[in-house]
Ligand binder design. Structure first.
Ligand code: SAM
Length: 337
């Protein structure tokens, strides 16, 4: 099957930079960048991993070959590694099944001035009338423009700076950073209650653009198993799938229309075991649901060198405030601390 043009050029860019970077060796230092250069995620993504970083950092390998993050979302772990200099000179393959997020990131990478210009305009409309601007952008601008590209073979490749700016705007001013689509595929998250949300952080957007433009960084729309097909020994793979629900009423599957149920969790376990068996450095976060314990405290997972450890974490996905608060989640890895 032939690749569409945009996909083909992304793939070609990736192959060229993989080849040039692989010659550079794999022992970049772990110096932190100066505070003014630290990049924060531009999206508030449900399940974003900023709060879990202290539990994940001890497992970052100091030496590895390429970096893979197949559920990139807001990219909290990619950015943490980048901010610590751990990705300097390395290939970083970032992907997600959500075409909007990848399309928006590519616009930040390729057309940051236009994204910033559009976002500034949205910010001033919001300051004039928050609720009216949110719903006007969502229903009269973002969704109609999205409908125009959804049917295309490569919606991420058809993204525009205006769409990227609107996605960032709706994410920062909408309810809880959710990305939820209704049955007809339209974005339907309501307005959030924010005192004065930061909508256009120009410096951060420019830094992120530079990070995405670094040779070796690729952004693709891929299902996780396709994204990991060629990960091999010494590659570092961080996996942060939609979490298995702790109870049947708590299922949260609104990142994509398809959802991520027990079948996908079982498929993921297969992929993780295969990666560990091939000698890749694997780090996975997930909920402490019984389904996950069964998958990763199994003999097969242990035989592949994986250990599952629960860590305290705060999550804010559940909309009932009573169910927020500290919970334990799993960190599963074959990397020694
Ligand atoms: C828990 S979030 C990742 C959050 C991310 N670590 C962060 O810090 O923001 C899970 C992500 O997996 C993506 N996703 C869901 N199903 C997927 C699949 N089958 N393959 C790849 N990505 C998928 C979602 O779009 C979502 O962005």
């Amino acid at each position: 099957m032939s690749e569409p043009r945009a996909e083909r050029s992304e793939a070609a860019k990736r192959r060229a930079s993989d080849a040039s970077l692989s010659a550079r060796g794999s022992d970049a230092g772990a110096e932190r960048r100066p505070a003014s250069d630290v990049i924060r995620p531009i999206l508030k993504w449900a399940g974003g991993k900023r709060q879990l970083l202290p539990e994940l950092r001890p497992y970052y390998p100091q030496r590895f070959d390429r970096y893979f993050e197949p559920f990139v979302g807001s990219g909290a772990v990619f950015l943490d590694l980048h901010n610590r200099g751990l990705l300097d000179g390395r290939v970083a393959r970032l992907s997600d099944i959500n075409a909007d997020i990848i399309g928006a990131y590519r616009m930040v990478r390729d057309a940051v001035d236009e994204v910033i210009g559009a976002l500034r305009g949205l910010e001033s409309r919001y300051r004039a009338d928050a609720a009216a601007s949110f719903y006007a952008v969502r229903d009269r601008e973002f969704n109609p423009a999205r409908r125009g590209i959804r049917a295309s073979a490569d919606p991420a490749g058809a993204y525009t700076p205006a769409l990227a700016a609107m996605l960032i705007f709706l994410n920062r001013t909408g309810y809880n950073g959710l990305f939820r689509l209704n049955a007809s595929g339209d974005f339907n998250v309501p307005a959030g209650r924010h005192a004065r949300p930061r909508i256009c952080d120009e410096t951060n957007l420019r830094h992120l653009s530079a990070a995405f433009n670094r040779p070796g960084v690729s952004l693709d729309v891929r299902a996780f198993d396709a994204a990991l097909a060629d990960a091999r020994a010494s590659d570092f793979v961080y996996l942060d799938p939609p979490y298995a629900p702790l109870s049947t009423t708590a299922r949260f599957t609104s990142y994509t229309a398809g959802g991520f149920g027990p079948t996908e969790q079982a498929r993921l376990q297969e992929v993780v075991i295969a990666l560990a068996s091939r000698g890749a450095f694997v780090l996975l976060s997930n909920s402490s649901a019984p389904e996950i314990r069964r998958l990763y405290e199994s003999e097969r997972a242990r035989d592949a060198g994986l250990r599952a450890k629960t860590v305290p974490a705060r999550r804010a996905i559940n909309s009932q405030a009573a169910n927020r608060g500290p919970v334990r989640e799993y960190v599963i890895t074959n990397i020694a601390k």
